[in-house]
Design a protein around this ligand. Structure first.
Ligand code: FUB
Length: 317
């Protein structure tokens, strides 16, 4: 399919879906939506899927391609403001800017500052002396821009899909995936881990687990994640519960079935806003033929009296 044809098809789909709630970002492809509430407003930090630029012949045309992050905010979860690019691969000294690998981010607030965590491919000759994905941090005094990246990735954190949790006692944690699921305490500076990574175990085996998202509700810790049980299938969203932030966790079941649009990945966040709980996730609604161009969605999520999660059926539109 030519780029021209894809652009036309995309524009038509945007027009058709202009009044729809889902996907809620209609002007660009967005994936891996991490939702956070700052100052009473919902902010969403997604990945920004694009197509491999034509002048980069070495990039795989059939793979994820992301060079920057936007952030979106809303007070009513219907009208969204795009605050523009908040970080691009060219700004980060340790990132291989030919890799277009600015994958799933997270953002958290502590002591007057906002910390944007993001994975990317390191330069082969960077300080890490290893070739692969690592996780970095960019810092700002506001949630919608001004992020300044640290010059090196977080030491000892090899992998993708960062997620943060700040517990009620003020201790911050970082979770990520990469040869298994991991978690570690963060130092108060939010820039370094303060403990050896802990492997999050006791989850059912399968082909792939990634995208950990951890949150706390009524004293329970929820370890939620996309999971491909059988190779060749697409990801469902699953969860486990526990009594402490680094586990052990007990597997509880599914939050969402595999994608009805046959999107290989799903990646999510779960957040309370104005007394309701919401699941942010993605399918490939606007790109049925190419599931690496995804679109972020929202649906309400509900809990049973015992704290378990009721399965969410994606709204069609
Ligand atoms: O967006 C790139 C990758 O796809 C993410 O890091 C994974 O969680 C999956 O959604």
């Amino acid at each position: 399919m030519t780029t021209k044809y894809l652009s036309l098809a995309f524009a038509m789909l945007l027009t058709i879906a202009a009044s729809a709630q889902n996907p809620f970002i209609k002007g660009q492809f967005t994936a891996d939506p991490t939702a956070r509430v700052f100052n009473g407003k919902m902010y969403v930090y997604p990945s920004h899927d694009i197509q491999a630029p034509a002048d980069k012949p070495n990039l795989r045309k059939d793979w994820f391609c992301m060079e920057d992050y936007h952030v979106f905010s809303s007070e009513n979860l219907t009208d969204w403001t795009d605050h523009g690019v908040i970080l691009s691969q060219q700004q980060v000294p340790w990132v291989n800017a030919d890799s277009y690998s600015m994958w799933a981010p997270d953002c958290t607030y502590r002591d007057g500052m906002y910390y944007l965590y993001f994975p990317a491919m390191v330069k082969p000759d960077s300080i890490t002396r290893r070739f692969g994905m690592m996780i970095g941090v960019a810092v700002s005094d506001r949630p919608d821009g001004g992020f300044v990246p640290m010059t090196e990735p977080i030491k000892g954190v090899y992998g993708i899909d960062p997620c943060t949790l700040i517990d009620d006692d003020g201790q911050a944690y970082l979770y990520w995936s990469g040869r298994g699921m991991h978690g570690a305490r963060l130092k108060p500076n939010m820039l370094q881990i303060d403990s050896e990574p802990v492997a999050i175990g006791n989850l059912p085996d399968g082909s792939l687990k990634e995208g950990p998202f951890v949150f706390k509700r009524k004293g329970k810790y929820y370890f939620t994640y996309p999971w491909v049980p059988v190779e060749g299938e697409t990801e469902n969203l699953s969860y486990a519960m526990g009594d402490s932030p680094l586990g052990p966790f007990e597997y509880k079941g599914l939050i969402m079935d595999q994608s009805p649009t046959k999107c290989w990945t799903n990646h999510h966040s779960i957040v309370e806003y104005k007394g309701e709980w919401y699941l942010f996730y993605h399918h490939n609604d606007y790109s049925p033929q190419f599931d690496k161009n995804r679109s972020a969605r929202i649906d309400k999520i509900h809990f049973n009296d015992d704290g378990t999660i009721r399965k969410v059926t994606p709204t069609l539109r």
